[in-house]
Design a protein around this ligand. Structure first.
Ligand code: ADP
Length: 616
């Protein structure tokens, strides 16, 4: 029953529901409102419950005053007889109504909103980040991106949670106290209003200060995180090259920066608390004095004085809590601003609003007067044009840095051309959705990185509907099946379930490459890109896998950046790049006999049947 109640409240928000949010504005608060608006009914319920809780609190203080006066004016024996019903009603409020409101508030606030709200925001921010271009990821630390994505949800939930659940009931409480005191005596009302006005002044001074300093501290904390992840993921370089890896001056520097910023932030918090404490002590004394004077003049009863003392002590406590909450609120807001600022960066490579799904009936690839540079004023290509006919197998050759990988980056639209266009079967790749484009292209890169997931997931990543049998078949074709069967990871998972990258399971470059070839075998796309595909394999396996790859190439358009003699010879045509220019094209024999760049490259590298890979 209890778990049913919990899960009922938990199920009110669907984290993965698709939501329309605008990341166009750089105003974090507006973004937050968009998030809240999509689930507004839960927030309204919480707001109502908060108001009821605030009113109940004040009512209970009034009841205390009433009881004190009752005790003074009644004989013990008459009390229950004359006021029994009222006392039972009060008992009902205390024992049943008040806990019900509090429990409901907790259920809506924690189970419905807190449990779901931060995942919703993390998911949205993650989706937004994933639509960013490759360039975005190359410019940011992965650790920084990850921690900002995570923080955005946490901070947003904290802001909304404290804003609604507690600030609101505090505001209702404070307003009721002002009304009540004003009704008892205008001087008391005035004292309370002055108190609250001064509280607002203090809050207005310290809150922006806290927010700015907290944002700086959150930025510094993310930078430390980015540096840590960068250090751990490049651990070999760090261990081999830094003088003292355990005391890296760079990391120490970023940590010191974080420490000084967080101290700066905490100073603002302490100053705010100190000012509040001075203010509230003075006000307590003044109100105490006024109410005693009023009692002496017969304007207040003993019960009323008891209510006043009770209420001002409670109000003092509430205002202190409120200041703490406001500080947290603005700290979270600073963190939220800092984390969301990354997500709202405009996406460089957006699908067009009317993007179509790409169709590849034959696989003709055209580079049409393409100009491109990663940075302005450093062009890699200037007016580059070539065509790969349907089913044609083209080898791309050139010295290191000639622009071979850049051609691949442009073809899969990791970057947009600055002039000219790239077409596949008559469709400009900018007119189709990026996911449909990439679905039709298979890439085996030289340095294959695997995700930290199971082997099965790593192979099946390109084809979500593939069953285990299909995955195993692809692994067999890629000559990966046998070694996969022997794998065991640090948690005892075996074979296709073993996770890559866990302790105890390290794969060699060749094994990783065979897994990525299996991925390709499974995906079976009409256009293949082999980026020095078989370079990490040993000679025997290389021949086997090449044969399988060639089997797979049947009828497909292939672009191969290859070093090996055997690969080049099997190509229909070679394209030779030199410093971003297409200098020669033709078959191996034609180019060798022409005596140009290719022939030079060929003679320089070819030593008795093996190409010297370091030169290309
Ligand atoms: P190749 O694959 O023929 O070795 P690339 O296409 O990788 O050559 O590189 C071509 C040029 O582009 C090189 O000068 C390289 O430094 C530069 N380059 C490659 N990737 C980037 C990048 N992400 N940002 C800036 N410059 C890059």
């Amino acid at each position: 029953m209890i778990s049913y109640i919990f899960s009922w409240f938990e199920r009110r928000i669907d984290v993965f529901k698709s939501r329309e949010f605008s990341f166009d504005t750089d105003v974090a608060f507006r973004n937050l409102l968009l998030f809240v608006r999509s689930e507004k009914k839960h927030f309204i319920v919480l707001l109502l419950l908060g108001s009821i809780a605030g009113l109940l609190d004040v009512t209970l203080f009034l009841v205390i005053g009433w009881i004190v006066d009752l005790l003074i004016s009644n004989k013990p024996n008459d009390l229950l007889l004359e006021h029994g019903t009222s006392l039972i009603a009060i008992g009902f409020v205390v024992v049943v109504l008040r806990p019900c409101v509090t429990i409901l508030m907790s259920l809506v606030g924690e189970q419905t909103i807190q449990a779901n709200f931060s995942p919703v925001i993390r998911w949205l921010v993650h989706q937004r980040i994933m639509s960013q271009s490759i360039d975005f990821f190359q410019k940011e630390f992965s650790g920084n991106i990850a921690s900002k994505t995570w923080q955005s949800g946490q901070a947003a939930a904290e802001i909304v949670g404290s804003l609604l659940q507690i600030v609101w009931s505090n505001v209702v409480f404070a307003a009721s106290v002002i009304a009540l005191f004003g009704w008892l005596d205008w001087r008391l009302g005035l004292a309370i209003v002055t108190w609250i006005v001064l509280f607002i002044v203090i809050a207005r001074i310290f809150i922006p200060m806290t927010r700015n300093r907290s944002r700086a501290s959150a930025e510094a904390s993310n930078t430390v995180n980015g540096h840590l992840v960068d250090t751990y993921s490049n651990i070999q370089t760090v261990k081999l090259f830094t003088d003292n890896p355990t005391d890296d001056a760079f990391l120490r520097g970023s940590l010191e920066n974080f420490i000084s910023r967080s101290k700066w932030f905490l100073r603002a918090v302490t100053s705010a608390r100190a000012s509040m404490s001075i203010l509230s002590s003075s006000v307590l004394a003044i109100i105490g004095f006024i109410s005693l004077r009023l009692w002496m003049g017969g304007d207040l009863s003993a019960g009323q004085v008891a209510v006043i003392f009770g209420l001002i002590l409670r109000l003092d406590g509430q205002l202190n809590v409120l200041l703490g909450l406001l500080t947290n609120l603005f700290r979270s807001y600073g963190t939220f601003q800092s984390s969301i600022s990354m997500a709202i960066k405009p996406v460089a490579l957006l699908d067009r609003a009317d993007a179509t799904e790409m169709k590849v009936p034959s696989g003709r690839v055209v580079f049409n007067h393409v100009s491109f540079g990663y940075r302005e004023n450093t062009p890699i290509f200037d007016d580059l044009s070539f065509t790969i006919e349907p089913g044609e197998k083209v080898g791309l050759i050139g010295y290191s840095g000639a622009g071979k990988s850049t051609i691949v980056n442009l073809l899969v639209r990791f970057y947009d051309t600055q002039a000219g266009s790239i077409g596949i079967d008559g469709q400009d790749i900018r007119d189709v959705s990026q996911s449909s484009l990439r679905r039709h292209i298979g890439l085996v890169a030289q340095d294959t990185t695997l995700l930290h997931r199971s082997i099965r997931d790593n192979i099946g990543i390109g084809k979500s509907d593939a069953g285990l049998a299909d995955i195993m078949e692809a692994a067999r074709k890629a000559h990966a099946y046998d070694f996969i069967q022997t794998l065991v990871d640090g948690h005892g998972r075996q074979g296709f379930d073993a996770h890559v990258g866990e302790r105890g399971l390290q794969l060699s470059g060749g094994q990783r490459q065979r897994i990525s070839i299996a991925r390709l075998m499974l995906k079976n796309p009409p256009i293949l890109i082999l980026d020095e595909a078989t370079s990490a394999l040993d000679a025997k396996l290389d021949v086997d896998i090449q044969n399988n790859l060639y089997g797979m190439m049947e009828g497909k358009t292939v672009l191969a950046i290859a070093h090996r003699l055997s690969t080049l010879l099997r190509m229909d045509r070679l394209i030779v790049l030199d410093k971003g220019r297409l200098v020669e094209t033709g078959t191996h024999e034609e180019l060798v006999s022409r005596g140009g760049v290719y022939a030079e490259l060929w003679h320089k590298q070819f030593h008795g049947g093996v190409i010297d890979q370091t030169a290309v």
